[in-house]
Design a protein around this ligand. Structure first.
Ligand SMILES: Cc1cc2nc3c(=O)[nH]c(=O)nc-3n(C[C@H](O)[C@H](O)[C@H](O)COP(=O)(O)O)c2cc1C
Length: 337
């Protein structure tokens, strides 16, 4: 047998130790997550925006922060803000930071939705040397593989996106339905925007974005960790015009207001009516009003975090980290490898 794979594994272990984890790492967390707090700095006393924040686009990487009308920063003050990702409890350590540059504003009744691009990004989940080794490996992989996603992020925007995944991103199954048909697909680029508003982003080159534009409504179902692999399997639905509800591998029930089919296993179902459709780059950003919000279970839901943050969460616990890695594989494909 060639010694190449063994040498590669040994080198990988030497440089990365236990931290060579998938970038998109799955964990079970009860909603709403309380382990990470997001603090907006640059407007006097820092403001807790943990539940008032959403990613709006991947390429360019764009963040959305809502401000009440008349309370938003103006002029140069808009470019002095930064977002810190911190432990909510314990030592309240800062685990990452994104410096913000204002890009544009989406006006809406009573609120202004500010869109920002990163000015800089700092990740404190890993020791510096290890982090730079990861960045190098990442750059090499980018260079060596054919990019089929259509997303070509700059290094800064990519590093900012990595920081953004320190905040656990709940995975939901989004259902849409009208007289032309229905579909159900996984989503995790989203967030609460306060005042009963919710933001989410869908890739413009996929069908799902255009289906939501057509129907103007969506029901978001939180996925229990036990049903994670279904969410990953349904990634292919982003490309589909419609699905046959009777052929899904689970039962559905109608959502309370729109009567859109949602999985019976949903931990929580939110029904949204789209108010703003904003095309940015790779993604269309939707701002929607929450019309209903029902909770059916307090069981842990499927969340995605960055692998660097998982390495930090389980630092000094190699056995637990190894087990979590096996669990991540199971969550994604429904069997242990
Ligand atoms: C758990 C999960 C969450 C996803 N969330 C989103 C999302 O919020 N927005 C989106 O446009 N696509 C989302 N997708 C779709 C993927 O970004 C991607 O388009 C799909 O997996 C096809 O892969 P490709 O784009 O690399 O070809 C999600 C997929 C999965 C598995």
């Amino acid at each position: 047998m060639s010694i190449l794979p063994k040498t590669r594994r040994a080198l990988k272990h030497l440089f990365f130790g236990e931290t060579a984890l998938p970038e998109e790492f799955t964990v079970g967390i009860v909603e709403p997550q309380t382990e990470i707090a997001l603090w907006l700095h640059g407007m006097g006393t820092p403001v807790d925006v943990t539940y008032r924040y959403s990613t709006a686009c991947s390429d360019p990487f764009v963040l959305c922060l809502p401000f009440e009308e008349g309370r938003a920063p103006a002029g140069k003050d808009r470019d002095r803000l930064s977002l810190k990702f911190c432990e909510r409890s314990g030592q309240k350590r800062v685990l990452g930071e994104i410096g913000l540059t204002w890009k544009e504003t989406i006006p809406a009744a009573g609120s202004e939705f500010f869109l920002f691009v990163p000015r800089n990004a700092k990740n404190d989940c890993l020791p510096k040397l290890q982090l730079y080794a990861h960045y190098l490996l990442h750059a090499y992989k980018q260079w060596a593989t054919v990019n089929t996603s259509g997303v070509t992020m700059s290094s800064l925007h990519r590093r900012a996106a990595m920081v953004s995944f320190i905040r656990p991103h709940p995975v939901m199954l989004g259902s849409i339905q009208d007289e032309l048909g229905g579909n159900i697909f996984p989503m995790n680029i989203m967030g609460d925007l306060g005042n009963d508003r919710f933001g989410f982003a869908l890739k413009d080159s996929r069908r799902a974005a255009h289906l939501v534009e057509r129907t103007g409504r969506i029901a978001l179902s939180s996925v229990p960790l036990s049903h994670s692999s279904i969410a990953f399997k349904f990634a292919a639905h982003h490309f589909r015009q419609s699905v046959d509800w009777n052929e899904l591998p689970f039962a559905t029930k109608p959502s309370s207001t729109f009567h859109i089919p949602v999985p019976v296993f949903a931990l929580r179902v939110r029904e949204l009516e789209v108010e703003k459709i904003h095309k940015i780059g790779s993604h269309t950003f939707f701002v929607a009003r929450i019309l209903s919000d029902e909770r059916f279970s307090e069981a842990p839901g499927l969340n995605v975090i960055h692998g660097y943050y998982q390495a930090w969460r389980l630092r000094g616990r190699p056995a637990d980290l190894k087990a979590s890695r096996a669990q991540d594989g199971f969550n994604k494909c429904g069997h242990y490898e």
